[in-house]
Design a protein around this ligand. Structure first.
Ligand code: ZN
Ligand code: ZN
Ligand code: ZN
Ligand code: ZN
Length: 476
C-alpha cells in the first residue's frame, strides 16, 4: 500500500471538477478573474441585488476545536445542547467514546468520510500524544490527522478523497513569516504567544513528530505523514483559509470557537475593509432527521453562504472582510500583515491613513477587549487568503450608494461621491450590528425575505431600514 502513495503529499493531477466555481451553472452570476497584482478574485458576472446569495458551499474539511470537542457533533459541529426533541440523543463514538455525534445519521456519515472522525482518524488521534500541547496545537493535530487519512484514502483509489486533497492544495497560502517580522514580534514580547501557537518551525516539528508516532502506532505506512515542509504549508493554508466556527453564546455572553471549516470556493473571495459580501452559517440549523436523513443531508447545515450587502454592478469584484468591520486601521494592518501576508490598500485604508489620531477614535471604543473576542469569534483563522502582497487596487471602484434618494428622515446624510470619512462612518453604522459587543455584519435577507430588513450574521438580530434611519437621526 505504501507504494501507492505519491511522493508528493498533494496529488499531482488535480481532480477539481467538483470544485470549479466557473463551470457550475448554479453560480452563473460569478466569474473568477485576475486582479492586477492581487491574484485571483471573484467577480459579479451580472448585476447582483442586495441580499442575493452569491455563493453557498459545503466545507472541504470540518473539524472541532480540541477543548470543546465533547460538546459538539464530531461530524457536523452541531451543539449537543441544541438537540431538541426527546428522539434526538448524542451517539458516542464507538471507538474512542470521548466524542460523539448529534445523530445516528451523522455517526454513519462520519464513518464513511475519510476526512472526518471516522475509525481511522479516531485511531490516529487516540494514538497521538497530546500531553503538554495548547488547545490550538491539539486542534492543529485534528486537522493534520484528517489530511493524513485523506491522503491514504486517495492512495487507495478513492476519487473523492483525491479531489479534496487537490482542492486543499489549490488554496492560497501566505509566505512563511519573514525573518524581519518574526524578530519584530520577538522584540514586542509576543514570543510567549508564539510558543503556544503553531507558527514556529520548532513547534511544527514537535507536532509532526507526534503525528509520525501515531501513524506508526496505528500501523499506517510512514509516508502517510507529510514532510516538515508539507506540514508547514498545510498549516499556513489552514491558517489563511479556515473559518473559525463560533459556538452559541454562553449564558455569561462568552463566545468560544467550536471548530474550523475550510471552504474551497469561498477562499477565492478577497478581503476588503468595506466589503460587498457577508458570510452566514447556521451550524445549529436542524438537520433533516428520520426517514429523509441521508449522509448528504447530515451535513447540509454546515454550508456557508455569502450574501450581497448592497447592489453590486456586473464586473465588480466581490469582497469579504476577514475580521470585524469596526476594527481601527492599525489593528487591520497588523492582522493583514501577520495572518495573511499582505498590506491592505483598499479605499478605506487609503482614506483612514490620512486621518489624524483624533479622527480615528470614532470607532475605538473602550470595548477593545470585546472586539478582540469578536475577532477571534468571527474568523479565528481568518478566511480565504489570496496570494500575498496582492492587495493593490488598480481601479478603486465607486462606493455603492448607501441611502435611497427619498431616504426620508436623514436628509443630511452623506452622499456617496467618494470614499471620505462620512461615507465610511455611514457604511459602518449601516452594516455593523448595533447589538452591544456583537460586531457582526448586517446584511439584507435572501429573496424572498422582507424588503428593507437587515439581519446580523453573528447574533441574528434584525433591523429595518426605518430603524436604521431613526438611529442615524439620533446620532446627529
Ligand atoms: Zn451532526
Ligand atoms: Zn472516536
Ligand atoms: Zn483595507
Ligand atoms: Zn449582531
Amino acid at each position: 500500500m505504501a507504494s501507492a502513495i505519491s511522493s508528493s503529499f498533494f496529488p499531482r493531477s488535480a481532480h477539481l471538477s467538483g470544485f470549479e466555481v466557473i463551470t457550475n451553472p448554479v453560480w452563473a452570476m460569478l466569474r473568477i478573474g485576475e486582479v492586477p497584482g492581487k491574484g485571483r478574485g471573484l467577480f459579479a458576472a451580472r448585476d447582483i441585488k442586495a441580499g442575493e446569495v452569491v455563493l453557498r458551499e459545503q466545507p472541504l474539511l470540518l473539524y472541532p476545536q480540541q477543548s470543546t470537542a465533547a460538546a459538539f457533533c464530531s461530524y457536523c459541529l452541531r451543539a449537543f445542547n441544541s438537540l431538541g426533541s426527546a428522539a434526538e440523543a448524542v451517539v458516542p463514538c464507538g471507538n474512542c467514546g470521548r466524542v460523539g455525534f448529534c445523530s445516528a445519521t451523522c455517526a454513519a456519515a462520519a464513518a464513511a468520510d475519510p476526512g472526518s472522525h471516522c475509525a481511522a482518524v479516531c485511531a490516529l488521534l487516540s494514538a497521538c500524544n497530546m500531553a503538554g500541547l495548547s488547545d490550538e496545537q491539539q486542534t492543529a493535530l485534528q486537522f493534520l490527522a484528517r489530511c493524513c487519512n485523506l491522503r491514504l484514502a486517495a492512495a487507495t483509489g478513492q476519487a473523492a478523497a483525491a479531489a479534496r486533497m487537490a482542492a486543499l492544495a489549490a488554496l492560497a497560502a501566505p509566505p512563511p513569516l519573514s525573518q524581519h517580522l518574526a524578530q519584530q514580534q520577538h522584540q514586542q514580547g509576543s514570543a510567549v504567544q508564539a510558543e503556544s501557537s503553531i507558527s514556529s518551525t520548532m513547534v511544527v516539528q514537535e507536532l509532526l513528530g507526534r503525528l509520525r508516532h501515531a501513524v506508526a502506532a496505528v500501523g499506517a505506512p510512514p509516508e502517510a505523514a507529510p514532510t516538515l515542509e508539507e506540514t508547514l504549508e498545510l498549516l499556513r493554508k489552514e491558517g489563511a483559509n479556515g473559518y473559525g466556527i463560533m459556538a452559541p453564546s454562553a449564558p455569561d455572553g462568552e463566545r468560544r470557537i467550536r471548530g474550523t471549516a475550510i471552504y474551497s470556493q469561498a477562499s477565492l473571495i478577497n478581503h476588503e475593509c468595506l466589503p460587498s459580501l457577508a458570510r452566514f452559517d447556521c451550524f445549529d440549523g436542524t438537520p433533516v432527521a428520520g426517514a429523509g436523513a441521508t449522509a448528504a443531508t447530515a451535513g447540509a447545515h454546515t454550508a456557508v453562504e455569502f450574501r450581497a450587502l448592497h447592489d453590486v454592478p456586473a464586473g465588480e469584484e466581490l469582497t469579504q472582510s476577514y475580521f470585524p468591520l469596526p476594527w481601527p486601521l492599525a489593528d487591520r494592518r497588523q492582522r493583514c500583515q501577520e495572518d495573511y501576508g499582505f498590506t491592505c490598500t483598499c479605499p478605506r485604508c487609503q482614506e483612514e491613513a490620512t486621518w489624524s489620531e483624533a479622527g480615528s477614535e470614532d470607532w475605538e471604543t473602550d470595548e477593545d477587549a470585546g472586539m478582540e473576542d469578536a475577532a477571534a469569534a468571527e474568523q479565528a483563522h481568518g478566511s480565504g487568503c489570496q496570494a500575498p502582497d496582492h492587495h493593490h487596487h488598480e481601479h478603486p471602484h465607486q462606493p455603492p450608494p448607501l441611502q435611497q434618494e427619498d431616504g426620508g428622515g436623514a436628509a443630511e446624510g452623506p452622499v456617496a461621491e467618494g470614499m471620505d470619512a462620512a461615507y465610511i462612518n455611514l457604511f459602518l453604522l449601516k452594516f455593523v450590528c448595533p447589538a452591544e459587543g456583537c460586531y457582526g455584519t448586517m446584511a439584507p435577507p435572501a429573496p424572498p425575505g422582507p424588503a428593507d430588513h437587515y439581519e446580523c450574521n453573528m447574533c441574528g438580530r434584525w433591523r429595518t431600514e426605518a430603524e436604521f434611519m431613526a438611529e442615524l437621526e439620533a446620532t446627529h
